[in-house]
Structures are given as structure tokens and as C-alpha cells.
Design a protein around this ligand. Structure first.
Ligand code: ADP
Ligand code: ZN
Length: 593
């Protein structure tokens, strides 16, 4: 049985061996046993139901949270030569009939639906004559109230499973599951606890960084400019912020789209498509964007603000590098973000117990931003995994900036905050220290403080950014609310007493990611054209990783091309010739490289 599965893996996907966990999941599924698969993004979850759909007698239904995603999922399967279809509210009655007929005749055995469909009477009536061998629940954490993405419609799934009967195996899949969430999923779908396949969470191709106390906008612009042609997502927390970022990047000449809840559905769809189809490189979005987007060549995910918990962060950041090629995950931290989340939890309608849980998660997120340990390991610990050797890639593992002693300046700021009785915010404090002649300072009589003008050799902006640095490193805390005031923490008091010193690293600047080699660019261009002709997204033609293997091994004929990871039969037939054409020209020295 597994031999046959392996043969399908080679034939349809062009891979010789299974990834960690895939084989164990297939083993359960092919014996019609229910199983919970917890694998990180990019772990190869879809293969775990796509291959069984070709081998099991009845159909495989994939329950997937977003309608907008289904077309992509189906296109991707079809590109690999797997007959698949979806049924959702965008179809007319006749179209739906047609697709049900295909399923009934066994011409198509892989069906994608949204959870809402499972309680549609007409759909259920039609399914009575079609045996369902496997129900795959994608993004299964949506079943859990403790997860960060609870979806009431997912609660329909158990009832649906009792409708299809005991011959239907269940495959629940998710990338984010704390033990609590895993338990909820198993419980809801009746999956025995020993039928859980969990692979490591570590993503060897991702590089995590937390950047603190820097000018946010300037950093983002610089970062994006240094990543020419690299597709990436920038997450912000509010619509307004997304708009601002979009405008700014647009002005800087970057091909950027935006996505947030304030846009029309059609506008959002176009924006998403332009990003997925490589028509723009950057997407500025709220976290409404990207749930399960399958685009595999996202090269960076930049968070302009701290997310509210580590689960959300890992899920969002994990959208980088699904194809296994390098992905950069950077989080820009500023302490106000913590205050905002705190405020939102406060104001929410959650019960006290739930609020406490949310606060705890928030504190863990803040801890992640402050830790000096390996960031990858910090993440693993959160998900209940034993940390490994430090990753050697994250900013904490690689940071070798020199340290500067800034104790004296820090003492000036702290004593000023103290003199101002911890009643003012950053701007006014910076004005006082820089000796501003602002009228408000005089009205408040702050110009008579002994700390007035103490840092007048610096600009007000520099002082403000130094205050940001001190807050980011938890020497100063900020009160909640719309006008946060600065307060001293115990660490600051130690510094004032002279028992602790404050060290600051040089400013961090984004690294330039070297521009691609000309052959890769040429292959990428060809991929874009072919994708347009075939009406699919470029990553569905071949992944970035496969293109890089082309550059490395330079196959010259079909048999050599078949050896490359990611080249299956169908893709070879559809696209092989065109790519071989470029590779042969390169071998003849006609493409610079
Ligand atoms: P997930 O849904 O877990 O995020 P996908 O199913 O989208 O992951 O797969 C991620 C990437 O891994 C895809 O590019 C896919 O082609 C690739 N992949 C899947 N299975 C294998 C395998 N056995 N060997 C190599 N790559 C694989
Ligand atoms: Zn590390």
C-alpha cells in the first residue's frame, strides 16, 4: 500500500521520499483510521489527503475554511494531475449538479467544501448516493474554543460525520496546536489519543528576528527595498495602518497591494489574486489576510506590530517559505503594542477566566520579544516541545553588534520621568529633556525642572527614540489607555541607584538580500508567462525551490528533468519543454549566469 502511495508521490508531485509524518498519517488513513496530524506550515499536509483520494474507493471531502482559497487548492491539485473540484456558494445550481455528477461517476474523487456546506440539505441529499471514504479537516484548530481562530461552522463537522457513517475516516490537520487545542480536536472528532501524528515544529528554513526600538516606517521601507523581487507579507493591526503603509510603499515605487476588512469583498479578492499570481510582490494586510493562502514562495513575513499571542504569530509568520526555501520572519516590537492588546482584552466581552488566559498568552508573546535566547527554541517551548540546540539563524543567535554603554543618558531620562512624577507621556518627556520651548511645557511649568534641557545636545526625535529603546527593554513601562504615561520599572530604579548599567546595541539595519542570478530570473519570467497562459498561479507551475534546483543541476533533457524534486509526470508534459528550452540556451551560453 505504501509502495503505491510512494509511486503516486513520485508520479504526481515529483518527490521521491515522504516528509516527516506524511507516511505515518497515510498509514492510518489508508486503513480507514481517524487521525490528527499536527505539522508545521510547509510540512506537506495536503499530500496526506490528495494521495488517498486517488487510492480510496469513495470520495475524499476536504473541509476548508475559506471559499476564496478553494479555487487555488483545486488548481494546484489539478496541476499535479489529481482530479479535484469544489462546491461553494459561488456556483449556480446547474454547475453544482454537474460537479456532483462527476463525483457520482467517480471521475473526480477529491471535493473541497466550506464547513457551512455540511449542513446544506440539498448537498446532504445528493451525498446519500456517493460514498465518502475520507473527510479531511483542514485548519482543524478552528474547532477549538481555545484556539485563536474558533469558527462556529466547524462545529457542524461531527454531525456531518455521523451522517456519512463509520466508513468515513477523519483526517484532522493543523499547524498550530497546543496540547489543549489538540485535545479539543480529538474530542470533537472522536479521534483516539494514540492516533495523533505530531512532527517537530522547528522550521529549518525560517529565520526569526525581533527588532526593537527603531523607527517603524523607515525600517519597513528600507527592509522591503532591500528585498527586490521577493514576495512578502507585511502585517499591521488596523485598517488605517495598512492604508498608511500601502500608501508609503506605493510612493516608494514598490509593487504593493493591500487587504483589510474595510475593503469590498471583490476588491479584496483582486488584491489577493494579484499577490498570489506574482503581479505585485508585497502585500500590506491586517491578519484577515492569509488564512491558509497556499502561495508557497512567500519569502518574508514582516509584522509591523506585535500580534496578540504566539499561536497567531507562528501561524502568520509561518506563511513564509512553505516551499522549503529560506523565509525571513521579522517582528517590529514596540511596547505600546502590548498596551493596545491589553486594552482590547480588557474591553472584550470574554468571561474573567478566559480573559486571564488571554493575558497569559499576551505575556508570553511579550516575553518572546524580550528574550535573549534562541527565538526558534522559545517558540518550540511554547508549543510544548523540548528545545534543541540554538538554531544558529535567528537574530538572537547571530547578533554580534557591539554594545555601547548608555547608562548616563538612561539615568537622565529616568530622573526626568521621576521629576515629572510619572504623569506624562513620551512626547512631553522628550521635549523637556531636549529643552523645547514649546508653549505647553511653559504652561505646565515643566521648564523649571532641574532636568529641563538635560539632553539639549540631542534632537527631540532622538530623545524620543531613546525613550522607545528604554521602554522596549522594559526599563520604562507605559500605562494603558489612549494617552500612555511613562513609569519607571524596578530595572530603571536599579540604574538610577547605580547598581545596573544600560547597554545599547548599534542600530539595526535590514540586510540586503542578494539579487537573484540571471538564469533564475529568466526561469521565473517564463513561469509567470506560462502561469498566465494556463490561468494558474506561478507557484503552481513549479515552486521557487524547483526553479533553484534547475539552476543548480541544469537538466538538459526530460529524463534529467524528472530527477529534480517537484517535477512530476503531468508537469513535465505540460511545462517541461519550455523550461528545457531556457536551460538548453543557458548551457549554450545564451543566458548570462
Ligand atoms: P502545508 O499544507 O502543510 O503547509 P503543503 O501541503 O502546502 O504544506 O506543502 C508544502 C510544500 O511541500 C509544497 O511545495 C509541497 O509540494 C511540498 N511537499 C509536499 N510533500 C513533499 C515531499 N514528500 N517531499 C518534498 N516536498 C514535499
Ligand atoms: Zn536561534
Amino acid at each position: 500500500m505504501l509502495d503505491e502511495a510512494k509511486e503516486k508521490l513520485q508520479h504526481h508531485f515529483g518527490y521521491e521520499t515522504f516528509l516527516n509524518g506524511q507516511e505515518r498519517i497515510l498509514h492510518h488513513v489508508m486503513q480507514r483510521q481517524s487521525v490528527l496530524g499536527i505539522m508545521p506550515t510547509g510540512g506537506g499536509k495536503s499530500v496526506c489527503y490528495q494521495i488517498p483520494s486517488l487510492m480510496l474507493p469513495g470520495i475524499t471531502i476536504v473541509i476548508s475554511p475559506l471559499i476564496s482559497l478553494m479555487k487555488d487548492q483545486v488548481d494546484e491539485a489539478r496541476e499535479a494531475g489529481i482530479p479535484a473540484t469544489f462546491i461553494n456558494s459561488s456556483l449556480s445550481y446547474d454547475e453544482m449538479q454537474e460537479r456532483m455528477d462527476l463525483l457520482r461517476r467517480g471521475e473526480c474523487r477529491l471535493l473541497y467544501v466550506a464547513p457551512e456546506r455540511l449542513s446544506n440539505q440539498e448537498f446532504l441529499r445528493q451525498l446519500q448516493s456517493i460514498p465518502v471514504s475520507l473527510a479531511a479537516v483542514d485548519e482543524a484548530h478552528c474547532l477549538s474554543q481555545w484556539g485563536h481562530d474558533f469558527r462556529p461552522a466547524y462545529m457542524e463537522i461531527p454531525r456531518f460525520l455521523s451522517f456519512t457513517g463509520s466508513d468515513t475516516a477523519v483526517l484532522a490537520l493543523t499547524a498550530t496546536a497546543t496540547p489543549q487545542v489538540a485535545e479539543d480536536i480529538s474530542h470533537a472528532l472522536d479521534i483516539p489519543p494514540d492516533q495523533m501524528v505530531k512532527t517537530g515544529f522547528a522550521r529549518e528554513n525560517l529565520t526569526f528576528s525581533v527588532v526593537k526600538g527603531q523607527n517603524r516606517e523607515a525600517y519597513i521601507v528600507d527592509y522591503v527595498k532591500k528585498r527586490k523581487n521577493q514576495p512578502g507579507i507585511i502585517y499591521a493591526n488596523t485598517r488605517k495602518e495598512v492604508e498608511k503603509l500601502w500608501e508609503k510603499l506605493n510612493k516608494e515605487g514598490i509593487a504593493v497591494e493591500k487587504y483589510h476588512g474595510g475593503m469590498e469583498a471583490a476588491e479584496r479578492e483582486t488584491a489577493q489574486e494579484r499577490f498570489v499570481y506574482d503581479e505585485v510582490t508585497v502585500m500590506a494586510a491586517t491578519t484577515a489576510f492569509g488564512m491558509g493562502i497556499n502561495k508557497s514562495n512567500v519569502r518574508f513575513v514582516l509584522h509591523a506590530r506585535m500580534p496578540r499571542n504566539i499561536e497567531s504569530y507562528y501561524q502568520e509568520a509561518g506563511r513564509a517559505g512553505r516551499d522549503g526555501d529560506p523565509g525571513d520572519c521579522t517582528l517590529l516590537f514596540s511596547p505600546q503594542d502590548a498596551g493596545t492588546h491589553q486594552f482590547l482584552i480588557d474591553q472584550s466581552h470574554l468571561d474573567e477566566d478566559r480573559k486571564d488566559k488571554e493575558y497569559r498568552k499576551l505575556r508570553q508573546m511579550i516575553h518572546y520579544c524580550h528574550t535573549e535566547d534562541c527565538l526558534q527554541n522559545e517558540m518550540l517551548r511554547y508549543f510544548g516541545e523540548e528545545p534543541q540546540d540554538p538554531c544558529g539563524r535567528c537574530l538572537n543567535c547571530t547578533d554580534n553588534r557591539t554594545l555601547e554603554d548608555v547608562t548616563e543618558e538612561a539615568q537622565m531620562v529616568f530622573s526626568c520621568v521621576k521629576r515629572m512624577r510619572e504623569r506624562f507621556g513620551k512626547t512631553i518627556t522628550a521635549q523637556v529633556l531636549a529643552g523645547s520651548s514649546n508653549e505647553k511645557i511653559r504652561t505646565l511649568n515643566l521648564h523649571t525642572l532641574p532636568t529641563y534641557g538635560l539632553m539639549k545636545n540631542k534632537t527631540q526625535k532622538d530623545v524620543a527614540s531613546f525613550i522607545d529603546f528604554l521602554a522596549a527593554h522594559a526599563y520604562l513601562s507605559l500605562s494603558d489607555g489612549a494617552y500612555p504615561v511613562l513609569m519607571l520599572t524596578n530595572a530603571a530604579i536599579d540604574v538610577l541607584r547605580g547598581t545596573e548599567r544600560v547597554m545599547r546595541k548599534e542600530t539595526l539595519t535590514a540586510e540586503t538580500v542578494s539579487s537573484e542570478d540571471p538564469l533564475f530570473e529568466e526561469l521565473r519570467q517564463l513561469r509567470l508567462e506560462l502561469a498566465k497562459q494556463h490561468g494558474v498561479a506561478p507557484y503552481m507551475v513549479f515552486s521557487d525551490k524547483t526553479l533553484k534546483e534547475f539552476c543548480r543541476y541544469r537538466p538538459q533533457r526530460e529524463s534529467e528533468m524528472m530527477e529534480i524534486k517537484g517535477v512530476g509526470r503531468q508537469k513535465l508534459e505540460t511545462y517541461g519543454e519550455a523550461f528545457l528550452g531556457v536551460l538548453q540556451r543557458a548551457a549554450a551560453g545564451e543566458v548570462k549566469s
